[in-house]
Design a protein around this ligand. Structure first.
Ligand code: 13P
Length: 253
């Protein structure tokens, strides 16, 4: 059965001390993760070790990196390998966030290489996809997202694809306060699942968690997550506020 996931993406925010406080505040607030639910925290690289300690021994809580490099090791100053992440016990990596695609020119092909190196090292990619406003206005979102999936993921085997978490994040809803309606989210999540079903079969597609991202907050999470093909959220701004993120965890199906 696929997991229901509340994933925090801290992006380039907080100091080490503020990050520690945020973990402590979240831990102190009442929440419970059922067997098929997970909380994942994608924190900046310098805080990974601290974050690993904070979730140590906590059921169904995991730490993610926000990026990795596509090479195993070597003279790549400033980059971080999956082997390094694995040595810290990190189990997830966010790949293909629209901010990385836009500001660092990450292409679908480059992301396919990162996906491969993660899976070779037992790290689960949280693979982001999603269209810009101009694409949505031209009703081109399905074709746009299908191409992202096809070019970065469809070379994977049926076994490998089930290790990938998908995050659909419409760029027009990220950090704008403008959330996709639950109907819009359901419609495209269903389309994404149908793409996996066409490629890998229905049983495999049913096993893939598809998260929604874009202005998710405590007050809209329940409605979004109630949709049959929305398996949780990838949360930016609201994940920096303990009470908000705990409300999002508690809104999981
Ligand atoms: P916001 O929740 O701040 O809109 O960010 C969404 C996001 O980009 C998560 O990766």
């Amino acid at each position: 059965m696929r997991k229901q996931i509340a994933a925090a993406n801290w992006k380039m925010n907080l100091t080490l001390q503020k990050g520690e406080e945020l973990f402590d505040d979240i831990i102190a607030l009442p929440h419970e993760l059922k067997a098929d639910q997970q909380a994942i925290f994608a924190v900046p690289f310098p805080y990974l070790a601290m974050a690993q300690q904070k979730v140590h021994g906590r059921k169904n809580a995991f730490i993610a990196a926000q990026n990795c490099y596509n090479k195993k090791s070597g003279a790549y100053t400033g980059e971080t390998s999956v082997e390094m992440l694995q040595s810290l016990g990190i189990s997830y990596v966010v790949l293909g966030h629209s901010e990385r695609r836009e500001y660092f020119n990450e292409s679908n092909q480059f992301l396919a290489e990162k996906v491969n190196i993660c899976l070779e090292n037992n790290i689960h990619p949280i693979f982001c996809c999603g269209e810009a406003l101009s694409v949505r206005e031209a009703n081109g979102q399905n074709d746009f997202v299908a191409k992202q999936l096809e070019e970065s993921l469809f070379h994977l085997s049926a076994e490998q694809i089930q290790k990938v978490v998908i995050a659909y994040e419409p760029i027009w809803a990220i950090g704008t306060g403008k959330t996709a309606t639950s109907e819009q989210a359901q419609e495209i999540h269903k389309f994404i699942r149908s793409q996996f079903a066409a490629k890998y079969g229905v049983a495999v597609a049913e096993n893939i968690s598809i998260l929604y991202g874009g202005s998710v907050k405590g007050s809209n999470a329940k409605e979004l997550f109630s949709q049959p093909d929305v398996d949780g959220g990838l949360v930016g701004g609201a994940s920096l506020v303990a009470s908000e993120f705990v409300a999002i965890i508690n809104a999981l199906k």
